[in-house]
Design a protein around this ligand. Structure first.
Ligand SMILES: Cc1ncc(COP(=O)(O)O)c(C=O)c1O
Length: 368
């Protein structure tokens, strides 16, 4: 069986080195926020060339903790795309913050700047820019709008570790860069973990408190907080994996280039690539005619290949997130056409060729 994503391959390949560091942690007797966490946070700071990095328990917590630093008022509003992982919206609902959905661009499937500008009003206090699939959004322009209008910018980089826009890494544009190290992510733990990066000292000091019960250095709770500590076992594995993240992202790009070349003559839409940015291809998402989508997925399933849909239901249509009078035509259209093809650094060339051949064969038999 080939899956659209497969963390198992890397973890099995490196099992001995992972077991070695896990054993070291067990023997150390220090399991939470210890020297592995410190060293991983240092590596994150170096990687992003940023002033502060704080690890935690998940990408969702990264968003929640960032939002907690902003203390929004009753009428304040957050702009957010609906075409994203539910986690993005979960954080807003949990904080009970007001939000307004923004449509996406058909080609990039990231936040649409025209719609975003239209929806900015005097209550807009935060924009969450999601670099979906590992594809950087137009973050430079978004940042300059935020700066002009005094709006906080949160980058949801859960799928985009190592992606860059004109050479500058995503996550370093906004007030907060939020990351997830969920097992399927490009940089992944063997469990849950996440991190927030920022250049703002005040936010950093707040994040430190929020991560642990609102505690100050003397363990006195000063503000509302949660428990979202990164554990030493996950940090010890991430400390090893971060060393090969650029290589892994390049391997994903190589696989994407092969798909781009071999599929370009089929009647489907390929992800766009552009010299201005570096896509990390967390997911390789194509668009196919709506009426063919289920047929393609079933056809591949018969051949033991599991394709994905990210995401089947946009957030604005989920019961918990639904907002009255929301009209997002591009999001709705994209949702009915997308398919995620298998992509991960260990995907073998012969497996990819098989996937490409199957797709060509499907189109040959189904379109006339
Ligand atoms: C875009 C996006 N944001 C946030 C998250 C949340 O990350 P986590 O699963 O680590 O909470 C995810 C993970 O699925 C994601 O894809």
């Amino acid at each position: 069986m080939i899956n659209f994503s497969s963390p198992k391959h890397k973890n099995i390949k490196n099992i001995d080195s992972y077991l070695k560091v896990i054993k070291k942690v067990i023997l150390s007797g220090n399991y939470i926020l210890g020297k592995n966490v410190k060293s991983f946070e240092k590596k994150l700071k170096n990687y992003f060339n940023c002033r502060y990095a704080i690890t935690n328990n998940s990408g969702t917590d990264s968003l929640i903790m960032s939002l907690m630093c902003l203390n929004l008022k009753k009428n304040d509003e957050v702009l957010v795309p609906s075409h994203t992982a539910s986690a993005t919206l979960t954080s807003l609902r949990l904080m009970q913050y007001n939000y307004r959905f923004v449509d996406i661009d058909y080609e990039t499937m990231n936040i649409n700047l025209d719609d975003m500008k239209k929806k900015i009003n005097k209550n807009t206090k935060v924009i969450i820019a999601v670099h979906l699939y590992g594809n950087p959004c137009e973050i430079e322009k978004i940042k300059s709008i935020c700066k002009r209008k005094r709006i906080f910018l949160i980058e949801d980089c859960a799928q985009a570790f190592g992606a860059n826009y004109k050479g500058k890494k995503v996550g370093t544009f906004g007030d907060f860069g939020c990351f997830s190290f969920f097992p399927t992510k490009n940089l992944s733990a063997i469990g849950d973990a996440g991190a927030v990066i920022t250049n703002n000292k005040k936010f950093y000091q707040n994040l430190l408190k929020v991560r642990q019960y609102g505690w100050d250095k003397n363990r006195v709770s000063l503000i509302n907080g949660i428990n979202s500590r990164c554990d030493e076992i996950q940090a010890s594995i991430l400390n090893l994996k971060i060393n090969s993240i650029n290589k892994d992202n390049n391997l994903r790009n190589k696989i994407a280039t092969t798909y781009n070349e071999k599929l370009k003559n089929l009647p489907l839409k390929l992800p766009i690539s552009n010299n201005d940015f570096y896509h990390t291809y967390h997911l390789y998402v194509i668009k196919v005619p709506k009426l063919l989508r289920d047929k393609i997925i079933n056809y591949f399933k018969q051949h033991k290949i599991l394709l994905g849909i990210h995401y089947k239901k946009p957030c604005h249509k989920m019961k918990n997130f639904v907002k009255k009078n929301t009209y997002l035509p591009i999001t709705d259209k994209v949702t009915s056409e997308i398919i995620s093809l298998p992509i991960y650094p260990e995907l073998k060339n012969k497996e990819q060729i098989r996937i490409i051949k199957l797709l060509k064969k499907f189109y040959k038999n189904n379109t006339h």
